[in-house]
Design a protein around this ligand. Sequence first.
Ligand SMILES: Nc1ncnc2c1ncn2[C@@H]1O[C@H](COP(=O)(O)OP(=O)(O)O)[C@@H](O)[C@H]1O
Ligand SMILES: [Mg+2]
Length: 359
Amino acid sequence: MALSLDSDEDDVPPLPRQLTTELSKSGLDEAKKMQESFMLSQSGTFKVDDFKINKTGLVPDSERERPQSTAGSAFGLLDVSKFDELETLAELGSGASGTVYKARHKPSGTIVAVKQVTILEKAKRDQVVAELRIMRKHLSPWLVALYNAFYEEAKVYTVLEFMSAGSLADLGAKHKGGLRDERELARIALQLLNGLNVLHKVHHQVHRDLKPANVLMNGDGVVKISDFGISSQLDNTAGLCSTFVGTTCYMAPERLNGLAYSYSSDIWSLGLILLELATGKYPYADADSYFKLLSQMSDQPAPAVPEGDFSDAFAEFIGFCLEKEPNRRPASRELLKHPWLRQMDDSSLSGMFGAVSIS
Ligand SMILES: Nc1ncnc2c1ncn2[C@@H]1O[C@H](COP(=O)(O)OP(=O)(O)O)[C@@H](O)[C@H]1O
Ligand SMILES: [Mg+2]
């Protein structure tokens, strides 16, 4: 598999000049301020970039002690030390790799999600559990927390933060004609980009399987990325859409072509996810096989926002994500400066993280 993790995101070109100059100095400052306040938790001490929460293990005690709650888990700290601390409650869904259950962590009363994947080879199982345990350090409000991983018999169990409002796939199913509200789209995009930014810049990790079903929401409207890092192993997608049969595929053209890929491949996936959510239509809907998809991606111009239905800013944002040439796609940090995201204002941010006050 061709994977170039070496290429640093900083090599990615910034947004084109006409766009950044349009953004006035004060506009940039404003966007930056908004971004910072957006990342501030209720306690006012939690920031994504310097990972204070990671270093101090800070979690509001009141939230941690709340019974039957998922609130404490919002900060990614729940000590599930033994598999038998969990009580299965219901099935939440299943994907290519296994089944996800809703469960209760008995010592704390916290509701969690448990993903069960069958892996027959012991060596692979050991490796997967070891890697999952390393990923427990990936604490961020934009990433679904991974509390622990265990195995019993031939099954690997991943204990995850429970996301009560389902995935973007569920949201898309509710808006079959497309989600036309750009403020809502921008609210999702901003959080997704923050998640990608943490994955790319802090953990130096490419997601590899960013798709609507791996973008989950909780009851506070917080959007988080799940199944990052080792999803290629768990989901067996290493065969470059080998499982692609009448389904949708969010892989960037360079990945489908078996070429080297890096962080920018996740940016393509982000663009495709947002475009599908906005229009209610998967952009390559008539490509019903891997080879058709491959040829459509190569021969046709990249999918774009339909004219007239959406703002120019949104069309431009999607255009940047869906650059067929990976080196021309802006990095997450650059895209975070895009004016389209600035329609987010205080009223659309309140409600995030519960009673957060954004000053
Ligand atoms: N942490 C979670 N909280 C709530 N529901 C989840 C969580 N993780 C997964 N799910 C649900 O379980 C389904 C199956 O997940 P998964 O096995 O990762 O497959 P896929 O991502 O391909 O759908 C998801 O589509 C989602 O609806
Ligand atoms: Mg998933």
